[in-house]
Structures are given as structure tokens and as C-alpha cells.
Design a binder for this molecule. Structure first.
Ligand code: ARG
Length: 466
């Protein structure tokens, strides 16, 4: 390469950077701007490690005591907001250790014995994600309770059930709320499953191969609330499946939240008016005085994209990595942090919206009665009471729907004579199944929309939640 070629290629990429290559390296390499969120976990892990080193005779008791005191000082400095975080020190691990050195001197240098930043970061991050699984579980409990309260008050409020967003059969509003209770309870179960699986300690795996020091990984695992140490040191430092499981659980939960948010947006529109969002969760329009926009539900629906995006991002980071640690894995944290923050915000917003919702019973019932929503009940009656094969009953009902449509009335408004003109086996008793209340009351199959069934499910969940 000639000198001039060298210069021009440097100019090509160097021109937009005011800073020199060292500063650029620091910008791409340092993680302290975000991994400082792991300070409490980092200090907790270091305390457990130091105590174990002392118990094993690897550290003197006086060094271990100095380290313990020093780490508590670092913790209180960070918590008080007067810790001098340094980008030059790259990450939370080195920031804490450097400050410890300032505070206690030489013993600080012994803390990293039989440990690497690789097992350290894996430990810190597991502890953090484990807390998030618990937090998500608690937030889901609160949301489920809000839905149960709603469902209890509306167990027999009839509304149209939809398929293809076309009126299908009447259901109750309580039944609809309880569908989400089932979904969110499964979400909670997924966070619990992920937590159980991730609850093993990577600490002591060291860089990748374990260590020659006589450490006690069971002791540090126990001190940190893990069930046991991870059984393979390469796996311990190189997998982030626990973060992927958290993001996957969060993604499924996010999709459930988004669907409910979408329903709130539809239901609060002028065309539906099934519900009114409280002022707390809506905004007005600066130009159209009549508007009340369901902003919180819309934003919740949109923010879900961040969670799905984080999940795709981390899967993409991980998919090509050879064992063991690669620096790529530093990219795990911002995704998980953002997804966790977004999920907690979305769960809290949904709980608030559900608690403050006004449900319009009359609108729901009027809509439920539209669109021949009890046609299936009529067909079922013809099978049950008149002995028709279902296919024929379906045909007869179709003819009756066409007749009602032509007359501009609903099925229960047809006269018995009109009905019998279509099929002579029809009797007065048919009116007992027409009408939305009869319809829902008849759906007594387990898990069906009959108010008794809905109430039974509410009672079951209330008992399960205690
Ligand atoms: N900041 C790093 C991370 O988040 C810590 C581990 C660094 N390990 C190393 N060998 N450079 O992944």
C-alpha cells in the first residue's frame, strides 16, 4: 500500500470521529454506562466469594474482613449517588474493585483470586434476571387480581363473542376477562419455570476451565441463594439461555398484554363504546374537542415491540458464538434491561387501566343481541329437541336467519307461525333458548361462558391466589 492510499483510507473512516482511536475503543468497549445497574449483585457476589476464600484458607480473615467492610462502603457510596463511575475502568466489576483498592489498599487485589470477570458477570446477571422473574410474577399477580375483580362484577354481563371480529355467539364480559386471567397465569408460570432453571451458580467457573485453588462452589452457591453450582465451567461462563428464557417469557406475556390493549382500543372507540377508559389513562385532542384517546393502551401495544425486539437481538447475538466467553455477550444486558423495564411498565399500566375501566353493560348487551348471535342456540335446539341431524338444523336455522334479516328483526322476534313455516317441528319452547341470556346460561360445559361456570372459575382462582 502506498502512503497516499493509507492516508485516504484513514480519512474515509476517521473523518467523522473527533476523538482518536483510543476514545473510540473505549466507547465500543465500555459497559459501565449500563452495567452499573448490576452493582448490588456484583457486590453481593464479591462478598460471598471473599467469605468463601477465607473459609477455605485462601484469604486471611483480616483481608476478608477488610474486603467485606470496603465492599459495604462501596455499596453505600453507590446508593448515595456519589460514586465516581469511570468509563476508563470499563465495567461495573472493575469500577467496584478499583474503588475497593482506593479504600482498603492491598487486600483488594486478593479478591479476584480464583475468579474471572467471566464467571463474575454470569453470576451478577443471573442474580439480576432472577429478581426480574420474581418481580414479573408479582406484577402479574396484581394484574390477575384486578382482572378477577372485574370478572366478578361482570360474570353475567352479556357481550358479543367474536371470531374474525364478527359477532359469533354471546359470551359474558366476565368470561372474557377470565380468558386473560388464564393467559397471565401461564405467563407467571413461565417466569417461575425460568427462575427455577436459572437458579444455579456460575461463580467459581473462573475464566472457563475452573480453578486450581481449593474453592467451595457449593458454599458460594448457597450464600447467593442458588440451588447448586453449575456443573460445567464452560457452560457456566458461556450460556445466556437464562436471559433468553426471561426474554421469551416476557415476549409471550407482552403479546398477551398487547392483545388486551388492542381490545381496549377497539372497545373504547365510538363504534363500540363497550368501555370507557378513565381520564387517568386517556388524553384529549388539541383540535377535536370530542376526542378521548386511549393513549396508554396504544403505547402499551406499541412498547411491546421493544420486548420482542430485545428477544430477537439477543438470540442473534448468541447464535454464532463458539464456547466459551466472547465479548459479544456484553450486548446481553441493555436488551434485557430495556425489556424488563418495558414489561414492568406495561404490566403496571394494564393493571391501572383494568382497575379504572368503566364497562357499559347496556351497550354490551345491545351489541350481543345484534347479528343473530343466538343462531347456534337455535340449531342446537333443533338437534336436541326436534331430533334433526345437525347439518339439517344448520340449514333450517340459516333459512330462519334469512327470514329475520328480510323482516329486519332478530331471531326471537319471529313469530312461532313464521318459524313453523320453515320447519313444523319447532314449538313454543324454542323461545327459551333464543335471546342472549338464555344462550349464555345454557353453555354449562366446563370452561363455558355460563355465569355459574365463570363464577366457579373465579372462585377457583381466588382460592389459588389466596
Ligand atoms: N463487561 C463484560 C461483560 O459484560 C464483563 C466480562 C468481561 N470479560 C472479559 N474477559 N473481558 O460481558
Amino acid at each position: 500500500m502506498t502512503d497516499s492510499a493509507d492516508k485516504s483510507s484513514n480519512a474515509m473512516w476517521g473523518g467523522r470521529f473527533a476523538a482518536g482511536p483510543d476514545a473510540i475503543m473505549e466507547a465500543i468497549n465500555a459497559s459501565i454506562s449500563f452495567d452499573k445497574r448490576l452493582y448490588a449483585q456484583d457486590i453481593r457476589g464479591s462478598r460471598a466469594h471473599a467469605a468463601m476464600l477465607a473459609a477455605q484458607g485462601i484469604l486471611t480473615d483480616s483481608d476478608a474482613e477488610a474486603i467485606r467492610e470496603g465492599l459495604l462502603t462501596v455499596l453505600s457510596e453507590i446508593e448515595a449517588g456519589d460514586f465516581p463511575f469511570s468509563t476508563a475502568l470499563e465495567d461495573i466489576h472493575m469500577n467496584v474493585e478499583a474503588r475497593l483498592k482506593d479504600l482498603i489498599g492491598e487486600p483488594a487485589g486478593r479478591l479476584h483470586t480464583a475468579r474471572s470477570r467471566n464467571d463474575q458477570v454470569a453470576t451478577d446477571f443471573r442474580l439480576w434476571v432472577r429478581d426480574q422473574c420474581d418481580a414479573a410474577g408479582h406484577s402479574l399477580d396484581t394484574l390477575i387480581r384486578a382482572l378477577l375483580t372485574r370478572a366478578e362484577a361482570t360474570a353475567d354481563w352479556v357481550m358479543p363473542g367474536f371470531t374474525h371480529l364478527q359477532t359469533a355467539q354471546p359470551v359474558t364480559f366476565g368470561h372474557h376477562m377470565m380468558a386473560y386471567v388464564e393467559m397471565f397465569a401461564r405467563d407467571k408460570g413461565r417466569f417461575g419455570d425460568a427462575r427455577r432453571r436459572m437458579n444455579e451458580s456460575p461463580l467459581g467457573a473462573a475464566a472457563l476451565a475452573g480453578t486450581g485453588f481449593p474453592i467451595d462452589r457449593f458454599a458460594t452457591a448457597e450464600a447467593l441463594g442458588f440451588d447448586r453450582p453449575m456443573a460445567n465451567s464452560l457452560d457456566a461462563v458461556s450460556d445466556r439461555d437464562f436471559a433468553l428464557e426471561f426474554l421469551s417469557s416476557a415476549s409471550i406475556c407482552a403479546v398477551h398484554l398487547s392483545r388486551l390493549a388492542e381490545e381496549l382500543v377497539i372497545w373504547s372507540s365510538a363504534q363500540f363504546r363497550f368501555v370507557a377508559m378513565s381520564d387517568k389513562w386517556s388524553t384529549g385532542s388539541s383540535i377535536m374537542p370530542q376526542k378521548r384517546n386511549p393513549d396508554a393502551a396504544e403505547l402499551l401495544r406499541a412498547k411491546i415491540g421493544r420486548i420482542l425486539g430485545a428477544s430477537v437481538a439477543l438470540f442473534t447475538v448468541m447464535k454464532g458464538l463458539p464456547l466459551a466467553y466472547s465479548k459479544d455477550m456484553q450486548e446481553d444486558k441493555e436488551q434485557v434491561f430495556d425489556a424488563a423495564d418495558t414489561l414492568m411498565l406495561a404490566l403496571a399500566a394494564m393493571t391501572g387501566m383494568i382497575s379504572d375501566l368503566t364497562v357499559n353493560r347496556e351497550k354490551l348487551e345491545a351489541a350481543a343481541s345484534n347479528g343473530f348471535s343466538t343462531a347456534t342456540d337455535l340449531a342446537d335446539w333443533l338437534v336436541r329437541e326436534a331430533g334433526l341431524p345437525f347439518r339439517e338444523a344448520h340449514h333450517v336455522t340459516g333459512t330462519l336467519v334469512a327470514l329475520a334479516e328480510k323482516k329486519g328483526v332478530d331471531l326471537p322476534d319471529l313469530t312461532l307461525a313464521e318459524m313453523r313455516s320453515v320447519h313444523p317441528a319447532i314449538t313454543d319452547a324454542v323461545f327459551g333458548v333464543l335471546g342472549v341470556h338464555n344462550s349464555v346460561a345454557s353453555r354449562q360445559s366446563y370452561g363455558g361462558t355460563a355465569p355459574d361456570q365463570v363464577r366457579a372459575q373465579i372462585a377457583r382462582w381466588k382460592q389459588a391466589l389466596g
